[in-house]
Design a protein around this ligand. Structure first.
Ligand code: FDA
Length: 587
């Protein structure tokens, strides 16, 4: 028997989940290995919308600027067009991804980071490269085959796909980030809900200069409703920008209950010409692939020492752009916990918080993404396209929305409402940022959960209620005779706990220092106020913190609030110590 390779954590997969897990573990100095079945990272663009929460995580992990350098910025993302072809009739436009001037303020206020668009095949190499530079052992062409776990660890059998040689890797913990067909999840037999392959889609990646159709209405997404172009009568296709404005990906549906279509060059080129509405454009086909739309989420994310994340546990259509975002966020949630347990700074009970924190998010995003698909229905209904499959009738009904008649007016009104509903897909800021955790790694402060003042899916509600994401605002860090602007997220994070307090809260700061030494866990105390190293430049922290100036907010390494105290207490060290012990599962 070959002596197993040994590592603390084995990560299976270098998709967004696995590569982010590896980057976070490497950043925290955790010995680990990451394997992937293929010779390199993603070979097609796939995921692209990268929301503010993900960008904050990448900022904390020190790669935000590298991602921004290759990303399409927010201002080029948002004139989302609905049309009969790029060259054809424009049915409507929706300002998406926070680009409506009214929504822009919500996005700018909520985060130090900007939403952007970076194709997955650009993102993954950044994550993997930085992970490797920080110490990750990355093995390509290496396939997970099987595993066995015992009380002390997990022995995973992997296959070198170049030689066929199989060998064991022994790890203390394993992360299954092996995507929507996860073998790890199958082997664990994790409980789940929903269904796979509810609809079929094909991707057609191609190069073509489409500037003349899009540069005046820049967007990442162009939705094409095309009568007569599909078996069901209406084809609903997506022309998605990969690189402005000469590299594209078309998503086109197919009937998953029938034989899979043969997507050869002639077929793919015809789909491109039809959706663009111009058969004179030169199309250089890059790749084609078929994939299934799923409505499936695991309700268990862990078995013993093996954790699963990413598409392995939440599988859904690309609507709302939540897939790779949630995958990266899963990884960030687990990595600091593993780091603390492996360093002996926390008991293994800390790991129990992963599932209750992330399983509700898995369910939420799978249902949200699927609902967004259903919400295309009202657009078709508004145009009168659901009770006929005759292209001539459909075209006439699309055209008569311009009539000066009662029907024309009603149709225009219905279409306006139907497009407004798409806000829940394209401007769902609350879904993107609003996650509030409840688990053993969050200590309630006895206050009730704050009410949502606006729609919780569309709007993010900042709060320091334990479990919520730390609200962002700009503080000033004293440097020389002035202040440099830093986000609350920059002050916290970095793999350590942070305790925010204000003038009058020195007892909290002293307690944090003492407990850092006693527990061997870094708890950085930050007193915010005039004369302190950090000051509340615009008084925004005072407006957001929801605790008295001499209360405190304890933030976990993943920038979620662990606990807060509204007021000072008699024995700060005892109270804070009790909280930290509870979060860290320490005696
Ligand atoms: P992913 O599938 O990316 O990676 C799995 C990894 O595991 C790969 O490295 C693979 O090699 C490896 N692997 C698999 N089996 C293995 C084995 N047995 N042994 C070793 N390695 C193995 N999401 C989003 O957030 N925003 C968006 O805009 C979009 N848009 C989008 C468009 C289209 C057309 C698609 C198809 C998908 C999206 N998505 C998206 C979804 C997104 O692509 C998806 O959610 C993420 O890739 C999931 O990341 P994971 O890391 O979980 O799996």
């Amino acid at each position: 028997m070959t002596e197993p390779l040994k590592t603390d954590v084995l990560v299976v997969g270098t998709g967004p989940a696995g590569s982010a897990a590896s980057l976070a573990l490497a950043t925290y100095g955790v010995d680990h290995m990451v394997i992937t079945k293929y010779r390199w990272t993603a070979n097609t663009p796939r995921a692209h919308i990268t929301n503010q929460r993900t960008m904050e995580i990448l900022r904390d992990l020190g790669v935000e600027e590298q991602v921004e350098a290759l990303a399409v910025p927010q201002h080029l993302m948002g004139d989302t067009v609905f049309c009969t072809s790029l060259a054809g009739d424009e049915l409507g436009r929706v300002r998406t991804w926070g680009t409506h001037p009214r929504r822009q303020a919500d996005y700018t206020l909520a985060s130090p980071s900007s939403i952007c668009d970076i194709p997955q095949n650009y993102m993954e190499p950044i994550l993997v490269r930085n992970a490797a530079e920080r110490g990750a052992h990355v093995r390509f062409d290496t396939e997970y085959v099987a595993m066995e776990q015992d009380d002390d660890g997990v022995t995973v059998t992997v296959r070198d796909r170049l030689t066929g040689h199989e060998y064991p890797i022994r790890a203390q913990y394993v992360i299954g980030a092996d995507g929507g067909r996860s073998q790890v999840v199958k082997d664990l037999g994790l409980a789940h809900e929903g269904q796979m392959d509810v609809a079929g889609s094909m991707n057609i990646v191609f190069k073509a200069d489409l500037s003349r159709y899009v540069a005046e209405r820049p967007s990442i997404l162009y939705w094409v409703l095309q009568p007569g172009s599909d078996v069901g009568g209406i084809g609903l296709g997506l022309v998605r920008c990969v690189r402005p404005w000469d590299e594209w990906l078309i998503v086109w549906g197919y009937d998953i209950s029938a034989e899979p279509p043969v997507v050869d060059e002639a077929f793919a080129t015809k789909v491109v010409h039809d959706l663009v509405g111009d058969d004179t454009i030169d199309v250089q086909l890059q790749s084609t692939s078929l994939w299934g739309n799923n409505k499936w989420y695991a309700t268990e994310l862990r078995r013993g020492r093996v954790f699963a994340m990413g598409d392995a546990v939440h599988r859904h259509p690309p609507s709302n752009g939540l897939g790779s975002n949630t995958s990266i966020q899963d990884a960030y949630n687990l990595a600091w916990k593993l780091a603390h347990v492996l360093r002996g700074q926390a008991g293994t009970g800390l790991l129990d918080s992963y599932e209750p924190e992330r399983a509700p998010v898995a369910e939420q995003i799978v249902l949200r993404a699927n609902k967004s698909i259903e919400e295309f229905g009202p657009i078709l209904e508004a145009l009168g396209l659901t009770d006929t499959s005759d292209p001539a009738v459909m075209n006439a009904r699309i055209a008569d929305r311009a009539d000066d008649t009662a029907e024309g007016r009603a149709k225009r009104e219905a279409l306006k409402k139907a497009l407004e509903l798409k806000d829940y897909e394209f401007n769902a800021h609350g879904v993107e940022l609003g996650q509030r955790y409840a688990s053993g790694a969050v200590v309630p402060d006895g206050t009730p959960e704050p009410e949502y003042e606006r729609d919780p899916e569309l709007y993010y509600h900042p709060t320091t209620w334990p479990g919520a994401r730390l609200p962002h605002c700009w503080l000033g860090h004293r440097e020389g005779s002035g202040y440099r602007k830093v986000s609350t997220h920059d002050v916290a994070g970095q793999g350590r706990f942070t305790l925010f307090t204000g003038i009058g809260g020195q007892a909290w700061a002293d307690a944090a220092d003492t407990l850092s030494r006693e527990l061997g866990v870094e708890v950085r105390a930050v007193v915010v106020g005039p004369g302190q190293p950090y000051t509340d430049l615009y008084d925004d922290w005072a407006r957001l913190r929801e605790v008295d100036e001499d209360g405190c907010v304890l933030v976990r390494p993943d920038n979620h609030v662990a606990w807060r105290s509204l007021h000072p207490v008699d024995d700060a060290r005892a109270v804070l110590g009790g909280v930290l012990r509870q979060v860290l599962d320490r005696p």
